[in-house]
Design a protein. Structure first.
Length: 287
């Protein structure tokens, strides 16, 4: 039995779909959800649904009964993330789960990152997993290519890309391929105590992304390089909460400092093929 946390989220759902595509029976997949109503689509596919809350340890213990492999999709609750992860891991250990795969982050330095609220949680969770004694696999993910439209803005074709990433590059990967890599780890042998860089072999700057969108659309898309403060002020002016604006800006600054340009990639080896080129992915958005 394979259990997926965060199963109604984009990544969890994509991983379940990939498991099904690889021939895993729906009856051998369990989705951990907080709201059963949101899992109606999974239930229709025959996926087992377990109700569990990261804060409710007893619910996690019950949900993880009979589970052999667990995909722990990192929590979206930045303030409570680490304790939530520990609760899941401890409940898994108590139930004798044989493998835990965790979606971490591929970053140049956990300790020197300009987004410590993001990086430190992943580092602490990885350390906790390593000390737990349970066989683990760290899926160190780069940024989703699916985030590029959010970074670029809704009116990218009219006003260009306004994002404080400077000339920094990121080896963006489509969420579906990250999910497929997770499915590979959960369904094949040899991944215990391993760390994989789930990144593309080629990193792109936003100037290069603007050029690709220009080529795809025939529109002249420029890349503007605002300072972080100017970017935050712009988002706040158009109604984005300041906390959210600062969070997005933090990723831009991290990209600008080259934090995601780590020059390592295990994705192709896991997939058994060359990953999707960024241009081909962007065609699905802007084509």
């Amino acid at each position: 039995m394979i259990l997926i946390t965060g199963a109604t989220g984009h990544f969890g759902t994509a991983t379940i779909n990939s498991l099904l595509e690889k021939g895993i029976s729906a009856s051998d997949i369990t989705a951990l959800v907080r709201d059963e109503d949101k899992a109606a689509g999974l239930k229709e596919k025959g996926i087992q649904i377990k109700i569990g809350d990261y804060h409710n340890y007893d619910s996690l213990k019950e949900a993880l009964k009979g589970v052999e492999k667990l995909l722990l999709v990192s929590s979206s609750d930045l303030n409570e993330r680490l304790q939530q992860h520990k609760n899941v891991i401890n409940a898994a250990i108590e139930n004798g789960v044989k493998q835990i795969a965790y979606t971490s982050i591929d970053i140049d330095s956990f300790t020197e990152s300009v987004i410590p609220l993001v990086s430190q949680i992943h580092s602490d969770t990885a350390d906790f997993l390593k000390e737990s004694g349970v066989p683990y696999t760290l899926l160190n993910d780069t940024l989703y290519a699916d985030l590029i439209p959010a970074f670029a803005g809704e009116k990218v074709l009219e006003t260009g890309i306004f994002f404080p990433a400077g000339d920094g590059k990121t080896p963006f990967v489509a969420r579906t391929e990250m999910a497929e890599a997770a499915a590979v780890v959960l369904t094949t042998e040899g991944h215990d105590y391993q760390e994989y860089a789930i990144t593309a072999e080629t990193a792109y700057s936003f100037a290069e992304i603007a050029a690709i969108i220009t080529e795809i659309t025939g529109k002249d898309v420029q890349y503007l390089r605002p300072e972080a403060d100017a970017y935050i002020a712009h988002l706040v002016k158009v109604g984005v909460p300041e906390g959210n604006a600062r969070f997005f800006a933090g990723f831009g600054v991290a990209i600008g400092k080259g934090e995601f340009d780590t020059n390592r990639s295990d994705l192709g080896r896991l997939l058994g093929r060359k990953p999707l080129e960024l241009k081909e992915f962007l065609k699905t958005i802007y084509g």
